[in-house]
Design a protein around this ligand. Structure first.
Ligand SMILES: [Fe+2]
Ligand SMILES: [Fe+2]
Length: 135
């Protein structure tokens, strides 16, 4: 069962970003599914790596839009991305070193972070960027 589903409330009104958020939700669900099925470490590691790199790619897309259009809340938003990036990288490193496993707590952390970040932080740039002609 998916731990997270797309909902209309997640839409920021920019097609490319919504698409990327859907992909992040898919990756979180894939990791949760692999964990639930007790998949091998290599399988979990592969999905975790995909999630980490897709996350970095997604943050870069948003940050480029902030820079291009002079989004005033850009600096605070980037700081939130940086904190999450270091958490995900630390998790990935600990996982690879055998010091951490993917647990339900980890999955809930990922799911809750993305949910709160989209609804509380990402959605704020929607109207601003829409006003700059970004759709
Ligand atoms: Fe985002
Ligand atoms: Fe963001």
């Amino acid at each position: 069962m998916p731990i997270m589903s797309w909902k209309e409330a997640y839409s920021v009104g920019i097609a490319e970003i919504d698409q990327q958020h859907r992909r992040l939700i898919d990756l979180i669900n894939s990791l949760h599914d692999a964990m639930s099925k007790g998949q091998a470490k290599a399988v979990l590691g592969k999905i975790l790596g995909d999630l980490a790199s897709y996350c970095a790619n997604h943050f870069a897309t948003e940050e480029k839009l902030f820079d291009t259009h002079g989004y005033p809340e850009g600096p605070d938003h980037k700081e939130k991305h940086r904190k999450m990036t270091s958490k995900v990288l630390a998790l990935q490193q600990q996982f690879e070193q055998g010091k951490a496993t993917i647990t339900l707590d980890v999955m809930e952390f990922l799911q809750q972070w993305l949910d709160k970040h989209i609804l509380g932080t990402d959605k704020k740039y929607g109207p601003f960027l829409n006003g700059k002609g970004v759709r």
